[in-house]
Design a binder for this molecule. Structure first.
Ligand SMILES: Nc1ncnc2c1ncn2[C@@H]1O[C@H](COP(=O)(O)OP(=O)(O)OP(=O)(O)O)[C@@H](O)[C@H]1O
Length: 341
C-alpha cells in the first residue's frame, strides 16, 4: 500500500453535530476531533447515536445542525471520496449470490481503481480463498474482512469502521488489532465504533464516549484509566503511610490496607523495606474500564433512553432517509447507497 506521510492530512472534525428524527434527538451537539496516525474508538451503548454520527460524517444523512468534516470539507464536497475515505458501516449487506471478487470489482469500478487491486485487498485482509466463493456462505468474520477490503480499495487516508470486531473470533480480533495498528502507522486516520470499551481498549489510542447522543468523555486510553494506584497491606499501616508520605507519596486507608497514589510497585516496596515495615500484599490497582464505561454512560444523568422507553417513533423518519441501521445494514463503499442528496 502507498505510505501516507505521518502527520499528513486526514483530520476529522465534528462540531456541534446534531441529528433530530422528528422530535427525537439522536445526536446532540456533538464535538470531537480525530487525529491522523491514531486509532480512535468511538464508543457508546446501543442506540447512543454512533451509527447516526458516522452516517452524517459519510454524507448518508444530513445533519440537523453542526458539521462533520474531513480536512475541513464535508464528505459531499470531496471530489473522489473513495480515495480519501474508506468505510464499512455494517458487514452484512453483500449480495449473497456475488463472490468477494465480484463485489469488490463493482466497488473498484466506482472508485476508479484497477481490478488488480481487488485480489491484493483480499490477500491483505486474509481471505484470498473467498475470491470465488459466494458471499451468502460467509461467516460473520469473513464478512467483516470483506467489508474492510472494500473500505481499503481506494487506498484512503481516512478509514471509518462500524463495530469492526463484531463476529470475529479471538484470533480474528488479534489480527484486526495488528492490521489497524499497521494502517495507523502509515499515518492514516482510523475511527472505529464499538459498544464495548473492553473490546477495543487494547486497540485504540484515543476514545470518544457518547451516551444519548452526547459526548460524555474524550481522551487517550491512559487518561481514561486515570492516575495509577496500588493497594498495599501491612501489619503496620500508620508507619507505612508515614514512610510513603515522607517519600512524597500520598495514601489513604482502604479495607485493611492502603490505596497508594503511585503505580510504581518496586518503589513502594523499597520504601517499606527501608522503613522496616512488613508488607503482606502489594499489587497494582486495575481500573475496571467496563465499570467506568457503565458509570459514564448509564449514570442517572445519562441513563440510556432506549431502555427507558424514549426511543424515536418510526414515523419520525424524514423523507428520503434510510430506516434505523439495525433493520437496514449499509455499507458506504458504493455511492449508490447514498441518499438524501
Ligand atoms: N432514521 C431514523 N429514524 C428514527 N430514529 C432513528 C433513525 N436512525 C436512528 N434512529 C434512532 O436514533 C438512536 C441512535 O441510533 P444509532 O443507530 O445511531 O445508535 P448506535 O449508537 O449506533 O447503536 P448500535 O450500537 O445499536 O448500532 C436510536 O434510538 C435509533 O433508534
Amino acid at each position: 500500500m502507498t505510505a501516507v506521510p505521518e502527520r499528513g492530512p486526514g483530520r476529522i472534525e465534528i462540531r456541534g453535530l446534531t441529528k433530530r428524527f422528528g422530535s427525537f434527538t439522536a445526536v446532540d451537539q456533538l464535538d470531537f476531533t480525530v487525529q491522523p496516525g491514531r486509532i480512535t474508538g468511538f464508543l457508546g451503548p446501543n442506540g447512543s447515536g454512533k451509527t447516526t454520527t458516522l452516517r452524517m460524517l459519510l454524507g448518508l444523512i444530513r445533519p440537523t445542525a453542526g458539521t462533520a468534516t474531513i480536512d475541513g470539507r464535508s464528505y459531499r464536497d470531496i471530489t473522489e471520496p473513495l480515495t480519501v475515505v474508506g468505510s464499512a458501516l455494517e458487514a452484512t449487506n453483500f449480495h449473497p449470490g456475488r463472490t468477494a471478487r465480484d463485489h469488490l470489482r463493482v466497488l473498484a469500478a466506482v472508485a476508479g481503481v484497477p481490478d488488480t487491486r481487488v485480489d491484493e485487498m483480499l490477500e491483505l485482509v486474509g481471505i484470498p480463498a473467498a475470491a470465488r466463493k459466494r458471499a451468502g456462505g460467509y461467516s460473520m468474520g469473513m464478512r467483516q474482512r470483506l467489508g474492510l477490503a472494500g473500505a481499503l480499495l481506494g487506498d484512503p487516508r481516512v478509514i471509518i469502521l462500524d463495530e469492526p470486531a463484531n463476529g470475529l473470533d479471538p484470533e480474528g480480533i488479534r489480527w484486526l488489532r495488528g492490521f489497524l495498528r499497521h494502517l495507523a502507522g502509515e499515518g492514516r486516520t482510523l475511527l472505529i465504533s464499538s459498544h464495548m470499551l473492553s473490546e477495543v481498549e487494547q486497540t485504540v489510542d484515543d476514545v470518544v464516549i457518547i451516551a444519548n447522543g452526547r459526548r460524555v468523555a474524550e481522551g487517550t486510553v491512559a487518561e481514561l484509566h486515570g492516575e495509577p494506584t496500588a493497594y498495599v497491606r501491612s501489619s503496620r499501616l500508620p508507619a507505612l503511610a508515614d514512610a510513603l508520605h515522607r517519600a512524597g507519596i500520598t495514601s489513604e486507608p482502604r479495607d485493611d490496607g492502603l490505596t497508594v497514589r503511585s503505580g510504581d510497585l518496586a518503589h513502594i516496596g523499597d520504601i517499606a523495606l527501608a522503613a522496616g515495615v512488613p508488607v503482606h500484599e502489594l499489587r497494582a490497582d486495575q481500573t475496571h474500564l467496563e465499570e467506568l464505561f457503565f458509570n459514564l454512560t448509564e449514570s442517572d444523568e445519562h441513563r440510556n433512553r432506549n431502555r427507558s422507553g424514549h426511543e424515536a417513533p418510526p414515523e419520525t423518519l424524514p423523507p428520503g432517509e434510510l430506516p434505523p441501521p439495525s433493520g437496514a445494514p449499509v455499507s458506504t463503499a458504493a455511492p449508490s447507497q447514498e441518499v438524501d442528496r
